[in-house]
Design a protein around this ligand. Sequence first.
Ligand code: DCP
Ligand code: MG
Ligand code: MG
Length: 584
Amino acid sequence: MDGPRRKRLKRQADSIIIHFDKDCFYASVFEAETPSLRSRPLAVQQKQIVVTCNYEARRRGLHKLQLIKEAKRICPDVVIVLGEDLTRFRNASKELFALLRSYSWNARCERLGFDEVWMDVTDVIDYNYAILNPNDLTNSFFCLSKNDPEAGFPIDASTVTGSTYPATSTDSTGALSDSLRLRLHLASHLAAHLRGKLESEKGYTCTVGISTNKLLSKLVGNLHKPNGQTTLLPSYTSEDGDDAVTSFIDGHEVGKIPGIGFKLAQKIRAHVLQRPVDFDAGLVYGGTKENVLVGDVRKYPGMGAEALEQILGGPGTPHGIGAKIWGLLNGCDDTEVGQAREVPKQISIEDSYTRLDSLDEVIKELRMLAKSLLRRMHADLLEADEDVRTPEDDVDSAAIAPKRWQAFPKTIRLSTRPRPPQNADGRRNRSFARISRSAPMPNFVFNFKESVDALSERLVTETLVPLFRKLHPEKSGWNLSLVNVAATNMVDAASEKAGVGRDIGKMFKRQDDVLKQWRVEEPSDTVGGSEDVPTPSQEDNFATHDRWESEDEDMLDDESYRCEECGAVMPLFAMGAHARWHQN
Ligand code: DCP
Ligand code: MG
Ligand code: MG
């Protein structure tokens, strides 16, 4: 029984989204490093588990999240590589993302984890749609640049490239006058082009889905794995639910819909089955034997946004969850593809210690921190310079790899966390404060001709040790529990004059100029300077920082303030006095 006619959600179909998922990502990173591995069964180990394996291994019966023991039993000649150090995956992920990003006009490229990327290519597709010749679609040209009409490739816009859902198109009549359909054709050609680039330039294959929102593009890609692409073809909307999107989404088990996690899925299943759901704890993915399809839920009597709010709402679930989930079950997802943030706001490396007291110990630790800081700056801020280099460049920089800085951190900040002395009652205050000192980032760190070891040594002796002495004028007995070195005050290279990142000599001169007018002159009597006003700092911040997000958020709470000039953190009430101190 179908019940009263339900109001159908209108699906937005203005945007065109492409979703990429790299095939056997971790394994393919090793294969890219060592191509001979490609023809052998290869498994990547973390702890006692195969986190992923290549398709040769999968052909022989191995799969993701299998026990190593099991994998060896099934395939004794499996090659096992260790995947616990994520550095190579992070770097590969960034490199692949940068390639895709370079084809985007609107910078709407968003990563999910290391191996997935969404691109909102609406602007590129609309531009190409507008220049199509409707009378000669078979001889079209896909333009990759608004400024360069030659950049692009020939396509047959009357057909789609790759696989489709539905597999064979039913509505051929008038199809080519349907703008959504044509735009999806165009997107399929762009996707194929990008897959080709990823493979020919970087050696990675991936699985791609093309549709009008993040949800549908991600789901439809799964239909042809690996090294395939699937376009979800119209119709995208209908009065009675016999459109392609509805039939596509209806066939999914509810728990397979991104955004419907295990708990939500269990509640929905229980409602539709009208009984508690069997829970099979043995299944790795936290799945269940019960299959409740999206279609079963969608057509269930009384089902809709309000009903779902009743079923799912309550403490711990955000208000409006019903409408959101109802949208997903109908293939609607209005979340935007995030805009790529080009470079981190700051890079911060820290380590915690049980006790750090002598200058020798401190210097040893500063060396380690400076080295990782420079390595991270190289990984996160240096990009391959793919521009054509002028002969002039080649004369004086022949030895330099074609790389350039995407951004320059103009400030280096050293922070420590001394343990306060014991109180009279013999106890210590629980909340430790960080104190910090900043200085201009010295120019030499941007010179990538020199080794990281040599540069970090210089950074320690010329910058970090002097900063440390200012921060801790006492000779010893600091009892430090944490040291943090950060590159902050990031300035985008693109915002400097064009080409500055490529011409190192010019860049260094400019750096000098920039820094001169900017330099903070330290008053000579900084003992007990007001920069060092203690602040509460988070107790859980013990692990070495290794991420892009600014750690300002960790250090700053509602009652703290960071001086824009020197980066010192202090309680709000100290702000006025601190500003006056700068003026003197
Ligand atoms: N990964 C992980 N732990 C998990 C799942 C995945 O460390 N529980 C890692 C290993 C994968 C990478 O993330 O290589 C990407 O995950 P995918 O699920 O996309 O798996 P693959 O890319 O390896 O395989 P596929 O070809 O099925 O996409
Ligand atoms: Mg993935
Ligand atoms: Mg993958």
